[in-house]
Design a protein around this ligand. Structure first.
Ligand code: SF4
Ligand code: MG
Length: 266
């Protein structure tokens, strides 16, 4: 089954997001998920266009608000596989607060952040993950002067139960991580290094810098913290996975998937 929609992507040629789209559709095919049981949710940005290109349910929301939209959907329809996709600007700047609370709430969601250390759609401003000395944007001609946001460290500190990093230039590794993230019962955070050809052409070098993570995934947050502290930001793989209670709304609908199936005649 092909999970690509008929909508043609408008990303720049060579954008890393193409490989992420391909990994998403391959992971859905591998898991044999019915299209009507999958919902892709996003905010705004180049990478947030991704749901339009997947042949499943989807919702292209507003800037930074993909996680609350997805959390609401999952609360109302626990039978759906809900996958959230977005970028570093959308997810860590305006959406940063939602990121913290989605990690600690631990709903059964998969969150893919395509990280290119830039706001691509609005023409190349520094984002929360931009290195302090990147001075190519006219808005920050002397660099940002700020330490970058460390997504994996923050996910761990906020209580995420699955933390991994993939790379658009490693499609097989990325598909495998996505399958694991979707299968994980709880909030799975997957940072994907996804180069921006247009505003960060130097990210072509990432293919020479990435390397597989050199330890097995741990379920010990102290060990994971030690690993993340020593991480150069280029280690690929699953760092941390732990079974934690999944948050359910107090007023969880009592309808079972079978009831919903009758109701919606799927
Ligand atoms: Fe991809 Fe960058 Fe083009 Fe956006 S601006 S589509 S992130 S290459
Ligand atoms: Mg970005």
């Amino acid at each position: 089954k092909d999970y690509k929609s008929e909508v043609a992507p408008v990303w720049c040629p060579g954008c890393g997001d193409f490989a992420v789209l391909s990994a998403v559709t391959k992971a859905l095919a591998h898991l044999k998920l019915a299209k009507e049981r999958v919902a892709m949710i996003s905010g705004i940005g180049c990478s947030s266009r991704l749901p339009a290109y997947v042949d499943a349910y989807g919702f292209h929301g507003i800037h930074g608000r993909a996680l609350p939209l997805a959390s609401g959907l999952k609360a109302a329809r626990p039978d759906l596989t809900v996958i959230v996709a977005g970028g570093d600007g959308d997810g860590f700047s305006i959406g940063g607060n939602h990121f913290l609370h989605a990690c600690r709430r631990n709903m059964d969601l998969t969150y893919i952040v395509m990280d290119n250390e830039v706001y691509g759609m609005t023409k190349g401003q520094a984002s929360p993950t931009t290195q302090p000395d990147w001075a190519k944007s006219k808005l920050t001609p002397h660099g940002t002067g700020m330490r970058p946001f460390l997504p994996t460290a923050i996910a761990l500190a906020a209580g995420a139960s699955f933390i991994a990093r993939g790379f658009a230039g490693d499609p097989n590794g990325l598909t495998k991580l996505l399958v694991e993230a979707i299968e994980h019962p709880g909030f799975a955070f997957l940072q994907v290094l996804s180069p921006c050809q247009t505003f960060r052409p130097e990210q072509k070098e990432w293919k020479h810098l990435v390397h597989p993570v050199d330890t097995a995934p741990t379920d010990d947050p102290v060990e994971a913290a030690r690993f993340i502290q020593a991480d150069d930001g280029m280690a690929l793989g699953l760092f941390y996975v732990r079974r934690l209670p999944i948050w359910q709304p107090q007023n969880q609908p009592t309808a079972t998937p079978a009831d919903l199936e009758r109701e919606f005649a799927l």
